[in-house]
Structures are given as C-alpha cells and as structure tokens.
Write a protein that binds this ligand. Sequence first.
Ligand code: DCP
Ligand code: CA
Length: 404
Amino acid sequence: MRSSWMHLDLDAFFASVEIKLDPSLKGKPVLVGRVDPHGRSVPRGVVATCSYEARKFGCRSGMPIFQALKLCPQAIVVGGHFEEYIKASEQVFSICARYAPKVEQIGIDEAFLDFSGTEWIYPDLMEIARKIKEEIKKEVGITASIGIAATKVVAKVASDFQKPDGLTFVPVGKEKEFLAPLPPTDLPGINEKTKQKICTLLIDSNVVEPGKEITIGDLASLSKEFVEGHFGKVGVGLWQAANGIDNLWFTPRVGIKSVSRSETFARNSSNLKFILAMLQYLTEKVGEELRREGYSGRCAHVAIRYNNFRTVSRQRVLPYPTSCTKEIYGIAENLLKELWDGRTPLRLVGIGISKFEVEGQASQANLFDNFSEKRLELEKRIDFLRDRFGKDAIVPATLLGLRK
Ligand code: DCP
Ligand code: CA
C-alpha cells in the first residue's frame, strides 16, 4: 500500500486563464464575472472566482460583483472567455493523462489521478506531480495544486493545503495526523452550518470546551456509533472523512465510471423535435446498457456541440440512482433545454450517466416509489423482447421520425 491517489485542482481557475490572456492583469486583484452555459456574461453578475490578490480583500466566489467591488474597489472585472476555460481544462487533463493510468475528472478544473499499481514505473510520485505542474505551467500558462495520499478524501484536502501552486504529500499511516489540526470545513461535505452542528455535539458531549475552535481531530475522536446516532448515515460519512477514510462521496476505485452515448448529426440541426428524438434514442441505449450491467447512476449529464465545435455540458445529481430510460430522459430533456438557446444549430448531442451504485446496494430509503419500480420492470421486459426479436421490436413513437 502506498499513497497513490493524486488530486489536482487548478488555482483560481477562470481568473488564471483571464490573466494568461491578458498578462497586464498579473499580480492584480481580478474578479471574474459568472457566465451562463452559453458563455455569455450574466448581467448584474456574481463573482465566479477571483485572483488570490482579490481574496486578500475578502472577495469570494458566489459573491455579487458590486459587493466584491466594495471590498476591493481597485479590482478589475473580466470574464466571459468560456471557450478558453474549456480549452485550458482539456489541455490540463491531457497532460495528466500522459502520466496517470486513470484520470477521474470531477469538475472543470479538478481531477483524481489514480496511480495504483504504478510503483515499478513511478517509484517517486512527488517527482511526477512536479512534472505535471511544470508542464501545465509551460503549456497552459496557469498553476495547479496537487495533493498525494492513500485515500481520495485526504488527497483532496492535501491539494488545498498549500494553495496556490501547492504540492503536499501525505505518507501512508499519517492521514489522521495530517487532518487532525485542520478546521472541519477543510473536509469536503462540511460547510459552516454543518460545522456548527458538529461543534454543538462536541460541546454537549464534553469533548471540547465552549469557545474553542474545533478541529477535524475532535470529530475523528468520537466513536462512529455515537456520530451515527446523532447524524445518521451522513454523519458516518463525515466521521470517515475525518479519519482519512474514503466515504460515500468518494467511492473506492471502480472499473467502470460512466455509461454514455453521443451522436454527430448528418447535418447541423436546430430542430428541437429532431434533437429531442435523438436524445431519446441515445438515452434508450444508455438505459439498456445500465440495466444489462446491473448499474444505477446518480448523476445525469447532457452535452451539446455547436456548429463551431464549442462543446458544453451540464449535469444534475439525482436524489436516488436510476437506470430507467424514462426517468433519465425526463432529466435529459430538461438539461438540454437549460443548456441550449433553441436557435444555434447543433452538430452533436450526448447523454451520460455516472456515479454508479450496483443494483441491490442502492440505499433502501431512496428506493424507487411504486411507479418507478413498475416502469423499470416494464423496461427490463422490453430489453428482453428486443434481445429476442431484434432492436426494432419495440420502438417509441417519437423515434420513428428518426428513421428519415
Ligand atoms: N466557479 C463558479 N462559481 C462558483 C464557484 C466556482 O463559476 N461559485 C467556477 C470558477 C472557478 C472554477 O469554477 O474558477 C473552479 O472552482 P474552484 O472552486 O476550484 O475555485 P478556483 O479554481 O477559482 O479557486 P481555488 O484556487 O480555490 O481552487
Ligand atoms: Ca480550483
């Protein structure tokens, strides 16, 4: 066993790209205004992110721009180069893929790199992390922070530990020691509100004195059963994270990560009916594969590519995992409508499902209501009939038009 998870997170991502595009911004407080999924600035916007210089003044992501400007009047507001952010992101992850056998991208600027089983090619992962950081700097012109640890949750905290341009290695066995002094909000899944609840519990159970700043170590010192009794399953997740153990948010290594299908159209199209029919056709295929493999996924994502090749995607986390075509399509349709302006011609549409739970392991409490369960049974029967009598045995009416 060794520390073979790497977590990479780009620093002040959109701001760094803006500074690379306009080097005169370097060293200055920069606010990036949020853009909509089409890359247009949102009027009376919100701060998407800001440079570390602006953070010194208290500016933060999610803050209204006017408020950030009150804190830092000399800040420069820029933004809207969404295509450049996507390009930079793609460049970064292709650099990661030069070294890491598996790259699990989490968001636009964040990924877990799985180096398990690579001791013989990469005896020193710090050296690899330095190379990756160096290549990102040279080829993309921005900085990344990296954390290396035996578990994902610790690697993630470690990548944050010395931001920006940080590199932190946590040796096997030192996870708890590393986490213990940090504030609970450094753990993924703990915001200020959750921290307050934990704080109250720690004071009530005489673990800490009122007025003391609580730490991850305080949470870790409680017994699992005690935390479960107070906060349920989510509490166990937090307790595991505090102990450096991967939890419900960080599933261990799995072979298959997502099932997705996309299709490039014979001709660019802005015909909603056609695009939805194509989306349904692709969703059928995704659903079929999920049911065949016995997987249900918790996250649906839809991608579209414009005639100018710009590709955008949007995802939604579901309250419970599903493999039901009808349910997935319902979400996919909404995502498409949120994503697309309904006019600009598209050349591709795609749908994917990820965040799997193996059938039977899905949490009972969330299990399908009666209707969904019946629907799923019906779809399984259709899968069976299609297997026996061919793909065209049962075709939804909306798909008949696609034949043309
Ligand atoms: N983002 C956004 N709105 C938010 C948070 C983030 O639009 N409320 C966008 C802009 C960020 C990018 O996502 O640049 C990545 O988000 P991070 O939370 O990783 O923040 P940064 O990369 O900007 O900063 P850090 O250096 O803290 O990672
Ligand atoms: Ca980041």
